[in-house]
Write a protein that binds this ligand. Structure first.
Ligand SMILES: C[S@@+](CC[C@H](N)C(=O)[O-])C[C@H]1O[C@@H](n2cnc3c(N)ncnc32)[C@H](O)[C@@H]1O
Length: 494
């Protein structure tokens, strides 16, 4: 049946996200926590986007740690009660342990949350390393991948009930050199070091499946030393909540929350001039101005398409049969963009509104793939928001309909940070640069999805604070039944 009117934003969010999120446009957000219920230590904390989920579940982070001072400053402004240790964890570890023990003051540590950097992890890195080892070459390991093992050392000293790692799915394929010189999978090495006290599992999670309006896949690894999670992990059962959303509705899930659900009522911007590219009063609702050429490419890009496939914009021609851009794998298996794609209309000879460069007075198509200068689809969750979210040339960064990239205001909505109290300033009151905000967004995961995971895992272990349980019940009805389902599974009754 054809839908003639769109439900208003508030109503559609109320349907899909629950009443709490629907209140968001009027400024009501998830309140900061009720402290003192549960204790946490957070490692590789960044600006603290992930820690918003911990706080919403009633976890007081007593100590956090981050390498970069600009991120640590943002964290300090938002978590004044947490002691933030700035520096390389390999050198700050000893101080961190002392301070955590002091601040715990005899209390048990409930959660150790670790989100080590992922830049060194890659799917094909494993194959290359193994091939090297087989042919007798001493492999060069990316030392950043060993940072996760620092978290293990800290866990063994602090003995938390629960250890949660969040990382890219490639973590599953990452190899490390162990202290005895042998080579092993990073996750397997972590599991060996933590056994037998802890048992754990790792699973790839699609955050859109937890009601986040963004596709973001992450590997969530949970180790526990308490029942029933420990027993469930030993039996290979999932420790994660059942998904609440899917690409289309089922009897168990609601449809994914889409870009249009969240952005359709946000005031328009246009990247032609500084005036039209910035909203006069809405904080962070501004985008970079595009030069004339880029604006020509972007403004001729239809919804859901990329500028490399644009057709003739000459009003007298409008030929739409020019070959579109493509790519194929070369003999070495590397995906290469086609060099044959035309930059001029095959019928009238005018320049097509496709990304070009000028070399020696001649236009040629810019090197790049079809996902560059591409519009996000309004009827799907956003593609993963990376630190390049303000660059039109990066993967799928264009607004579904307007001629511009997403504003930071929109990115914060799609990343669900706007659901929480979070100030983008430093503890010393200095302004945080847009670049730092983009980096913090790009390296973190949407807290709303992580909150679902923490709420479920904590409840499973009987750790959930009563207020967080009530809040969890408001936002995820599936979770409650899921919790009892998991407890039954642990008891062997289902
Ligand atoms: C994936 S990001 C963490 C994101 C964070 N959990 C959030 O929610 O915003 C990894 C963080 O680890 C930090 N980092 C990298 N190397 C580090 C080191 N040697 N010691 C401490 N922190 C480090 C990075 O600066 C980065 O902020």
């Amino acid at each position: 049946m054809k839908r003639t009117t769109r439900p208003r934003l508030k109503e559609s969010l109320a349907i899909k996200m629950g009443a709490q999120a629907a209140k968001r446009p009027s400024g009501k957000r998830t309140r900061p926590a009720m402290y003192g219920a549960l204790t946490g230590v957070s490692l590789f904390t960044g600006g603290g986007i992930g820690d918003l989920a911990l706080r919403a579940c009633g976890v007081e982070v007593v100590v956090a740690s981050e390498l970069l001072s600009d991120r640590a400053e943002v964290y300090r402004a938002n978590y004044p009660e947490t002691h933030m240790i700035v520096g390389d964890i390999r050198t700050t570890k000893r101080d961190l342990l002392k301070l955590a023990q002091k601040r715990l003051d005899g209390r048990t540590l409930d959660v150790l949350f670790a989100t080590p950097p992922c830049q060194g992890m890659s799917r094909n890195g494993r194959g290359k390393l193994l091939n090297g080892i087989r042919s007798g070459i001493k492999p060069k390991f990316d030392e950043r991948n060993g940072l996760a093992l620092e978290a293990v050392e800290i866990a063994l000293k602090l003995d938390p009930k629960l250890i949660v790692f969040e990382n890219v799915p490639e973590m599953e394929f990452t190899l490390v050199e162990r202290s005895d010189g042998s080579v092993g999978g990073l996750l397997e090495t972590i599991a060996e070091r933590l056994a037998p006290r802890y048992s754990g599992r790792w699973e790839v999670v699609e955050f859109a499946d937890y009601g986040v309006p963004q596709r973001r896949q992450r590997l969530i690894t949970i180790f526990s030393r308490v029942e029933p999670s420990k027993q469930l992990a030993q039996r290979g059962a999932s420790l994660l909540p059942p998904r609440t959303h899917s690409s289309s509705a089922t009897i168990f899930t609601k449809p994914w929350i889409t870009v249009d659900d969240v952005l359709s009522e946000i005031p328009s911007l246009d990247a032609t001039s500084k005036k039209s590219a910035e909203h006069p009063s809405l904080p962070f609702h501004r985008v970079p101005v595009l030069d004339q050429d880029k604006y020509f490419w972007v403004s001729n890009t239809p919804p859901g398409k990329g500028a490399f496939d644009n057709q003739c914009a000459n009003p007298k021609c409008r030929f739409d049969g020019n070959p579109t851009h493509s790519s194929k794998h070369d003999l070495h298996g590397i995906n290469r963009a086609s060099k044959e794609t035309p930059v001029r209309c095959l019928r009238c000879g005018e320049l097509l509104p496709r990304p070009w460069v000028v070399e020696g007075g001649t236009h040629r198509l810019m090197s790049g793939f079809t996902s560059a200068y591409k519009r996000m689809r309004g009827d799907l969750p956003a593609s993963a928001l990376t630190r390049n979210l303000s660059y039109a040339c990066s993967d799928q960064k264009l607004h579904p309909r307007e001629h511009r990239v997403l504003s930071l205001h929109e990115a914060l909505l799609l990343h669900t940070v706007s659901d929480y109290h979070f100030d983008w300033r430093r503890a010393d009151q200095k302004q945080v640069s847009d670049k730092t905000i983009r980096e913090i967004i790009g390296e973190s995961i949407p807290p709303r999805g992580l909150q679902r995971i923490f709420a479920y895992v904590l409840e499973l272990q009987g750790l959930a604070h009563s207020e967080s349980r009530a809040r969890g019940a408001r936002s995820t009805s599936v979770k409650r039944s899921g919790g009892s389902r998991m407890r039954k599974a642990a008891a062997g009754t289902n």
